[in-house]
Design a protein around this ligand. Structure first.
Ligand SMILES: C[S@@+](CC[C@H](N)C(=O)[O-])C[C@H]1O[C@@H](n2cnc3c(N)ncnc32)[C@H](O)[C@@H]1O
Length: 295
């Protein structure tokens, strides 16, 4: 779903070619962004083109990116790295590189470019001070932030039912602008303390989402599951209808089939998936990506 929503494409062979420059650190799944500057249908052809480019950098590192189906053996890969390291002008710094150049091979084409690796320390959020057994897991929370924003860091987001702020933490880490809202004072206190713990800043509103008046580009709703906070069809419909007034793109998480409530509120479902929740209580979450019907 993340691949479809950000890149408008399904992921094949764990590889996706795109003209979009997405920060890999916004995703729980994207490993690297590789900015291709040279390609050739032979390795010698790639080296020729690289020589012509006069690439020069201080503190660079060269890495061989092994893609699925690339048969190049380890010793051969090292040799190739030495080749490109010799062609690039400047002093290398393997320990603390300022830039990483990489080569790779897929479907008999050789590529050279700059490798941007994702940061991985977002997993620290597992140990946030406040959580509860039905909080979203950090992978889903991160994906809700990336899918609702489509990876665009200028998007203004709202988490309409933020609970302890699981999505807010992921959005803040990813450099997205997000506000939170929850009707429950204790939840808002826990969200605030979770944000403070990681030194993130975000505005949180302790109120019924129906009373919010600000406008956002996109919103996330993790609907009450009727476990810790009471819910029924009327509450679900009210939360969705209130959020529709605030944002035109809404990603909704539910425990039940809420198709009727979504369409009744004037939203069109543009994508859908399910995620299994394992642990003390096992259930399936549905994730609905919706956009306002254009009148
Ligand atoms: C499933 S929980 C959200 C959990 C959250 N995603 C997390 O991981 O911590 C649903 C939340 O919706 C809140 N809520 C229920 N009705 C609301 C309303 N009308 N406006 C805002 N929040 C509401 C509840 O207080 C509850 O914290």
């Amino acid at each position: 779903m993340e691949s479809r929503q950000i890149f408008n494409e399904e992921l094949l062979d764990k590889l996706l070619f795109s003209n979009l420059k997405v920060d890999p650190s916004i995703s729980a799944f994207i490993k690297n962004r590789f900015e291709i500057s040279i390609s050739a249908d032979s390795y010698s052809g790639l080296l020729e083109k690289l020589k012509e480019e006069n690439v020069c950098a201080t503190g660079f590192k060269a890495e061989y990116m092994v893609l699925e189906g690339d048969p190049t053996e380890y010793t051969e890969r090292l040799k190739k790295l030495k080749d490109i390291g010799t062609i690039i002008e400047g002093k290398p710094d393997v320990q603390n590189p300022s830039i990483i150049y990489s080569i790779c091979n897929t479907k008999d084409i050789w590529y050279f470019g700059v490798l941007i690796k994702r940061k991985t320390d977002w997993r620290k959020h597992i140990n946030k001070p406040y959580s509860f057994s039905n909080s979203l897991c950090i992978h889903i929370a991160k994906t809700l932030a990336s899918v609702s924003s489509k990876g665009d860091k200028t998007t203004k987001l709202l988490d309409a039912c933020c609970g302890v702020g699981t999505v807010l933490l992921e959005a803040c880490y990813s450099g997205l602008s997000i506000e939170g809202c929850d009707i429950n004072l204790k939840s808002i206190k826990h969200t605030t303390q979770n944000l403070e713990h990681y030194k993130y800043t975000s505005t949180v509103h302790c109120m019924d989402v129906k009373d919010l008046t600000q406008q956002y580009d996109a919103a996330i709703i993790d609907l009450p599951y009727n476990l810790y906070s009471y819910s029924d069809d009327v509450i679900t419909t009210n939360i969705i209808e209130s959020t529709v007034k605030l944002a035109s793109r809404i990603v909704i998480v539910s425990k039940s089939d809420i198709k009727a409530a979504i369409t009744k509120s004037g939203l069109k479902i543009i994508d859908f998936c399910t995620v299994e929740k394992r642990g003390r209580s096992t259930f399936t979450r549905s994730i609905w990506v919706c956009e306002k019907e254009v009148q």
